[in-house]
Design a protein around this ligand. Structure first.
Ligand SMILES: [Zn+2]
Length: 386
């Protein structure tokens, strides 16, 4: 944190960051803003095509009943023309320059490209038996081949949904082939399904006519561990034990936390303190508007900050600056020569109390918690890929 700091810009490119006196010595007097300046943010887990289901899928009973409700609601509620467009505009208000977007239909691609949002679009497949996953893969490859042009800084990757829904050999092959995003250990029912082939996920597969349900491993993490790579995102990681955390740490995958979605669906948070202690790389996402009140990564961090007030605010903010996790390596740091996107969070001096001003804590506990809109001072301009 630099009090009375300054950023020198050439267009959207950062030239220098430092104390105002030093930057003004080199570049001349700057425009003065009463604001906290910070790099643009990353929302590492979204499902923008579920945006029309905002507030329509009640939770609280855990993941398996929530999925059933989501599927039936998705079938009965018509898609709204403007829902995805509005959601992408919301990402802009909340300072997001890069996403990890999970899609079944590529619906958000044109809107992301138009808004200049970078990152990875994960074309998600599932199917628990070999014939089902083969059909899903064929459909996904056809869809990917006909995809509209990607915006600069956007990449597309076919990716498995979850251990409990995806044929394990196909899951392994997809994660080996490129960047992937896997829902993992979101709910204790996954552990039960993997270890015992029982519980709600087993019943769900039996209802689809699948009779052979192999035991996949001690836990969902144990079942997937051998296939996880540093470029894999593992999303949620709520139901972990020490062995699971050791496996994730050894894999080097980035864990994406979506705390407000977890609270909505299962009433439980991922154990942030233990994840940090284990040294697992972390990022933050909102999940979809079907399970989260908004697409603000900072509001997610505000929720974590309330649960772990003893953790340094900058350690939490780092979760929203992990551009590398979604293939947008410049996003999240104000490095000279790069154009990561620069945000201003305006300070309302009259609303501030007495005492010292801690910008990082204020960003989480006031600006983020109240979901206030950022002002963009410079946009993210991805490096052209070779
Ligand atoms: Zn998800």
């Amino acid at each position: 944190v630099i009090p009375d700091g300054a950023v020198a810009l050439d267009g959207d490119t950062i030239l220098a960051v430092g104390p105002r006196a030093q930057v003004e010595d080199r570049f001349g007097p700057g425009e003065r803003l009463d604001a906290v300046l910070l790099p643009a943010l990353v929302n590492a887990h979204t499902h923008l095509e579920l945006s029309h289901l905002h507030g329509r899928v009640p939770g609280g009973e855990g993941l398996p009943p929530w999925i059933q409700l989501l599927v039936s609601t998705r079938l009965s509620v018509p898609e709204e023309d403007t829902a995805i467009e509005d959601a992408v505009a919301q990402l802009g208000r909340f300072g997001v320059a890069a996403v990890g977007e999970v899609t079944n239909g590529l619906g958000a691609l044109p809107w992301l490209a138009r808004a200049g949002v970078a990152g990875t679009v994960f074309l998600e497949v599932f199917g628990f038996t070999a014939p089902r996953i083969e059909r899903a893969l064929a459909k996904a490859r056809l869809l990917a081949a006909g995809a509209p042009p990607l915006g600069p800084g956007l990449r597309l990757s076919v990716s498995p949904h979850a251990v409990y829904s995806t044929h394990l050999p196909a899951l392994a092959e997809l994660l080996r082939a490129g960047p992937g995003s896997l829902h993992l250990a979101e709910d204790p029912a996954e552990r039960r399904f993997c270890a015992e082939s029982t519980g709600p996920f087993a019943s769900m597969h039996r209802s689809f006519g699948v009779s052979e349900l192999p035991r996949l491993g001690r836990s969902a993490v144990a079942a997937a561990a051998a296939h996880l790579r540093p470029e894999t995102l593992v999303v949620h990681v709520v139901d972990l034990d020490d062995e699971d955390r050791a496996l994730l740490c050894a894999a080097g995958s980035t864990a994406v936390l979506c705390p407000r979605s977890n609270l909505h669906i299962g009433g439980r948070l991922p154990d942030l303190a233990r994840l940090l202690e284990a040294g697992i790389p972390l990022a933050v996402g909102t999940d979809s508007l079907a399970s989260s009140p908004s697409l603000s990564p900072l509001a997610e961090l505000a929720t974590l900050s309330r649960a772990w007030p003893e953790l340094p605010p900058l350690a939490l903010l780092a979760l929203a600056w992990n551009g590398a996790a979604v293939g947008a390596p410049a996003v999240g740091r104000l490095a000279p020569g790069s154009a990561p996107g620069l945000l201003a969070a305006p300070i309302d001096r009259e609303a501030l109390g007495e005492g010292p001003f801690d910008p990082a804590r204020w960003l989480l506990e006031e600006f983020g918690a109240e979901e206030l809109p950022f002002t963009w001072l410079a946009r993210h301009r991805p490096e052209p890929t070779a």
